[in-house]
Design a protein around this ligand. Structure first.
Ligand SMILES: [Zn+2]
Ligand SMILES: [Zn+2]
Length: 427
């Protein structure tokens, strides 16, 4: 009777718990391949490759997956250093993807720990495959998507556009960081450039003949500064003047500014902020008599929306591993990731696994940690966390249905917005 009451009073908990047998199979499989996985992590770490140059890392991961029996296709979505690996089991069932990143930062190497993300995706997929082979009752497809150029290149934006994520039921990845965090949201980001063209003239002798392009940049930054009063607290706008003229006695005929605009809702970012920032530059051009050329040189990073049901599952799995999570942030983390673009079209999870408490990512310190023992622990724990979560999804169609029900479709952001007409067509 007591058991019955407990069961009835906590049905969600019962359906979400990882089967003990699954956990022990996943744990022992991971133990058996941990040396191999850490070798992959270290080799990627030792040979940092920046955006879209990750030939060594992509090949290493693809080879390991091919050897393990996955069907691998390299160079998907028009990106040479991307790949997709797939293993199918039985009839029907869900398609669950592990997402790998493996690009490094200029000068700093793997200070964002993407060698760990790569190893988590590889390890998660390999041990889940092992579980599926052990248990013939499980069916579905395990997919690994290799996504290059996260740091500034927006690789996933191109891959979203090419449909690389369209047949997936959910995509899982974990990022190393300063704490264990079961779910995070990030700001969407648009990078813009404004190039002003004026007319050179002797600044002292014939100032009336000149059209001052530097003034247009200064006015733009001032207008953006005033606009901040009307922006939501969560928005971020930051800019630099890259070219403001050469010498004081020549009126600058060219100036060039780069602006990043960020906001937690992609729609607000594209619909509201970008047109208003653009108008700041247009107004400055009008006031100074310059011509302004506006460009969006890199893909838009959409805001990251973590699926709340996947977040709940992974929160419980962090606890199973004895990793204490910090409370969820009430506001979006003010950085950006191209996983945001994926989160607009399918359910995703992008939690944080602690590398070292409070570590400052994108630093030499983080690079060292990512290649050391705490990076190894984060990689192996991350692989287990994702594999436990994937196993739950393969085992429970009800749970996957709940994940899908909680998914709110967003904007399919184009990979490249080359002019504002494209942007207006979108919104
Ligand atoms: Zn980073
Ligand atoms: Zn990163």
């Amino acid at each position: 009777m007591t058991e019955k009451i407990l069961e009835d009073s906590n049905p969600v908990h019962m359906s979400e718990s990882v089967e003990d047998n699954d956990e022990s199979i996943l744990r022992s499989a991971l133990e058996g391949m941990s040396d191999e996985l850490l070798t992959v992590s270290h080799r990627i770490h030792e040979r940092p490759e920046t955006r879209f140059q990750e030939f060594f890392a992509a090949d290493l991961l693809a080879s390991a997956l091919r050897e393990a029996g996955f069907a691998v296709e390299s160079g998907i979505g028009g990106l040479e250093t991307s790949f997709r690996a797939e293993a199918s089991f039985g009839e029907g069932g869900p398609t669950i993807a592990f997402v790998c990143e493996y690009d490094a930062l200029e000068k700093i190497g793997h200070g964002c720990g993407h060698n760990i993300i790569a190893t988590v995706g590889l390890g998660g997929a390999l041990v889940t495959k092992h579980l599926m082979e052990q248990d013939g009752s499980l069916s579905g497809r395990i997919v690994v998507i290799g996504t290059p150029g996260e740091e500034g290149g927006g690789g996933k934006a191109y891959m979203v556009k090419a449909g690389c994520f369209d047949d997936l039921d959910a995509a899982l990845m974990i990022h190393p960081g300063g704490e264990n965090l079961s779910a995070m949201s990030t700001l969407g980001r648009v990078a813009m450039t404004f190039e002003f063209t004026g007319k050179a003239a002797h600044a002292a002798v014939n100032p009336e003949l000149g059209v001052n392009a530097l003034d247009a940049s200064v006015l733009t930054l001032n207008a953006i500064g005033l606009l901040r009063q009307q922006l939501p607290n969560s928005a971020r706008v930051h800019a630099v003047i890259e070219d403001g003229g050469e010498v004081p006695n020549i009126i600058p005929e060219r100036s060039f500014i780069r602006v990043f605009v960020r906001a937690p809702e992609t729609e607000m970012l594209l619909n509201n902020l970008i047109p208003r920032i653009t108008d700041c530059a247009r107004g400055a051009a009008l006031a100074t008599g310059c011509v302004v050329d506006i460009d969006l040189p890199t893909p838009v990073y959409a805001a990251l929306n973590s699926n709340p049901v996947l977040g709940r599952l992974i929160e419980a799995n962090f606890a199973r591993l004895g990793r204490n999570t910090v409370p969820l942030l009430t506001e979006a983390f003010p950085g950006s990731t191209d996983m945001g673009n994926v989160s607009q079209i399918i359910p995703v999870i992008h939690p944080n696994v602690e590398l070292q408490p409070g570590v400052n990512m994108h630093s030499h310190e983080a690079t060292e940690l990512a290649g050391g023992s705490s990076g190894d622990k984060a990689a192996l724990d991350g692989a287990l966390l994702l594999a436990l979560t994937a196993a739950q999804l393969f085992r429970s169609p009800e749970l996957l249905a709940e994940v899908k029900e909680a998914f709110v479709p967003g904007i399919r952001v184009p990979a490249r917005i080359s002019n504002l007409k494209d942007l207006r067509g979108l919104i």
